[in-house]
Design a protein around this ligand. Structure first.
Ligand code: PRX
Length: 664
């Protein structure tokens, strides 16, 4: 692995340039600092002096049925355990305790459907529905420890389903609604899910796509999967298989209204979430209960400076990604926040819908991805200008580096120059935000996620020596365990050790990103060092896309890279060799894109397909993606001497310039 990331994006170059020029700095506005939850920089030192005491005091904010005996069990690194001996329940923490504290009438979710339907759901109502579904799941044969799959769009039932699972100790395995049914099947198979909760159909920009019928086409032959629960959302007709399929509404109507929250061990698995790694097989990230909840609850409160009694918070991610798990479901609900949940896309029914919703619900905190901000820049300031955005007081970003230009636009046009911006760096694996400003304390520099949160320890290491770098670029690592860290890769403990802890040992978590540390010790995350690409904040492995492409009958071989893209951060480019003498045409391109959509999901379709008679390979037959990236980005070619046939590169370069001329 080299510290040279997959794609030296121009966003990253932008950030680097900004840093070199020692950019404009943005201290917290005095009015914001005044009222902030954390305003004394001493918290950093306090947490650094005794990180276990810091995290233990955050764990105290939760409700425990039994207090822990040991904060951190570290005798078998990297298999760490947190709050050992304690018992708690995530759904109890997110719901019951708020209702018991007399705030059951507070709105948990302002849900808004694509067609303008609105559902305001209070904590008491959410608790009642979660209890019913939890009872119903038990009646369907689900017991503590059974894995439940969830494949739902952005409707309130997805939140209810996750919390019902956590109430009875059934780890959930949520699959993002943009994944194809094939991808769901694979994830159900790997996790041996016993039950799947899905939907009749899902809305997308004014159309309804059938979901249950697509699931049926691929879900046969899974011995562990006994039941499919179907939410009737859009009234899309679907086939129900007797004995296996049941309607959500029907099992809820029959269910016991009471279902006490199960006291669970702090290390009881809360969920599995599949994410992409270097190989085609997704990794099942396993999070457990006590540490995860401590991490998301504390970070949600401090990073967003949350005042639950008056803020209206909106995380515009999808619940199917980790951002949704931590900052739509567990963090905000644990903190008794009022959130907005939007079913649809940012440009439907019109390109100003986000700003309309902010005005409508008086949103004070907005958390979204830089890709969305770049899209809004493109659509123009006239859309936000139509709405009163004065309720906003804090803005956040997540998922990819934000280029200073987009940062400044967000700050001026959306934040009216009064809202601090928190650029939050973290991963599915970290469970919670790790590197980010504290909005009442940290001076920000556009494009930098600034510094690790109190209680988090990050360094940039020189790649060959493993020595910490005080100023310069290297590999980002986390040097101490943190409560919300992944515990393992589900059913693949060796892969867990190998992926994250082989390089620098069991105490040092290898993030997989390259980063730069500037003279103020600020961190600038540049991009991945492995074969993972980030398209609109969606994490994909190049190997996963390659194996989908080669499933097309005409394809002999494929190599996929991420190329810088103005809109989506990175875009997928596929170099494809066809079988025998086949010639690729528009039909083949469409066929390949359709195969990828079917195997993974539409969001993984290559933006560009480049036909190549051969691919650059080493003498041992390994494809040199680095060279493909170099030509795609128009950079000088690196070392080609190890290539079996250097002439391949000339042909490819020629093809690329032809293609660029066509596109221009
Ligand atoms: O490369 C980093 C990028 O997204 C990766 C994690 O992806 P995922 O597990 O899907 O989680 C995304 C949402 C937490 C990281 O390894 N990334 C995430 N946030 C940032 C980022 N890159 C730069 N700046 C960020 N703020």
């Amino acid at each position: 692995m080299s510290t040279e990331p997959d794609t030296q994006t121009s966003d990253a170059l932008d950030s680097e340039l900004a840093a070199l020029l020692d950019v404009e700095r943005f201290p917290p506005p005095p009015e914001f600092r005044e009222q902030a939850l954390l305003k004394d920089p001493a918290v950093y030192e306090q947490a650094a002096r005794d990180p276990l005491a810091w995290w233990a005091s955050e764990a105290e904010q939760l409700h425990w049925f039994r207090r822990w005996d040991t904060v951190l069990e570290d005798s078998n690194p990297p298999f760490y355990e947190w709050f050992v001996g304690g018992t708690l329940n995530a759904s109890y923490n997110c719901l019951d305790r708020h209702v018991e504290a007399g705030i059951g009438g507070r709105i948990a979710l302002h849900w808004r459907g694509e067609d303008g339907e609105e559902r305001d759901i209070t904590y008491a109502q959410l608790l009642a529905e979660v209890k019913r579904l939890a009872s119903a799941l038990k009646a369907q044969g689900i017991a503590k420890g059974d894995v439940v799959g969830i494949y739902l769009p952005m409707i309130p039932e997805v939140v209810v389903s996750m919390l019902a699972c956590s109430r009875i100790g059934a780890p959930h395995n949520v699959v993002f609604g943009g994944f194809s049914a094939e991808a769901v099947r694979e994830r159900m198979e790997f996790s041996q899910a016993k039950l799947l909760i899905t939907v009749d159909g899902a809305a997308r920009k004014g159309k309804t796509a059938p979901v249950k019928d697509r699931v049926d086409e691929v879900m046969g032959g899974l011995p562990a999967l006994e039941k499919i629960v179907v939410v009737r959302s859009k009234g899309t007709p679907c086939q129900m298989q007797p004995g296996r399929d049941v309607y959500y509404e029907e099992i809820l109507a029959e269910a016991d209204a009471e279902c006490p929250a199960e006291p669970l061990d702090a290390e009881h698995p809360l969920y599995i979430l599949y994410t992409s790694g270097s190989t085609a097989k997704p990794k099942g990230i396993l999070h457990t209960t006590g540490g995860y909840l401590t991490g998301v609850c504390a970070t949600h409160r401090y990073v967003f400076d949350l005042k639950p009694e008056r803020d209206v918070y909106w995380c515009a991610a999808d619940v199917g990604w980790v951002t949704g798990h931590s900052y739509i479901v567990y963090g905000p609900l644990c903190n008794a926040a009022t959130s907005v949940m939007w079913e649809g896309a940012p440009d439907y029914p019109h390109k100003g819908i986000w700003w309309e919703l902010i005005e409508r619900y008086g949103v004070s905190i907005l958390y979204c991805a830089p890709t969305a901000i770049r899209a809004c820049i493109k659509w123009g300031p006239q859309w936000p200008a139509k709405h009163d955005l004065s309720s906003l007081r804090l803005l956040g970003t997540v998922g990819e580096p934000i280029n200073p230009k987009a940062w400044l636009w967000y700050h001026r046009v959306i934040g009216g120059e009064r809202c601090p911006i928190v650029d939050t760096w973290w991963q599915t694996e970290t469970g919670a935000i790790m590197i980010t400003p504290l909005p009442g304390i940290t001076e920000t520099k556009p494009g930098s996620a600034t510094r690790p949160l109190p209680g988090v320890f990050a360094e940039v290491l020189e790649e060959s020596s493993g020595e910490p770098i005080t100023e310069g670029q290297g590999l980002l690592v986390l040097t101490r365990p943190w409560p919300s860290m992944l515990r393992t890769l589900y059913k693949e403990p060796e892969r867990f050790v190998e992926t994250y802890f082989e390089r620098f040992g069991p105490q040092t978590y290898l993030v997989g990103d390259a980063a730069r540390r500037d003279r103020d010790a600020y961190l600038w995350v540049i991009g991945r060092i492995d074969d993972v690409v980030n398209v609109s904040g969606h994490r994909l492995s190049t190997a996963e896309v390659e194996s989908a492409i080669v499933a097309h009958p005409d394809v002999a071989e494929a190599a996929v890279i991420g190329q810088h893209d103005e809109d989506t951060g990175q875009a997928i480019v596929a170099f494809v060799t066809l079988q025998g003498d086949l010639e690729g045409d528009e039909g083949t391109i469409e066929g390949i894109r359709a195969t990828v959509a079917e195997r993974i999901g539409k969001f993984a379709r290559p933006k560009r397909i480049i036909w190549s008679e051969d691919l650059p390979k080493t003498r041992s037959g390994k494809i040199m993606r680095r060279l493909l990236r170099d030509i795609a980005e128009g950079r000088a070619l690196g070392d080609v001497t190890t290539l079996r046939d250097p002439a391949v590169m000339e042909q490819l370069q020629h093809k690329i310039s032809e293609r660029q001329a066509e596109e221009d």
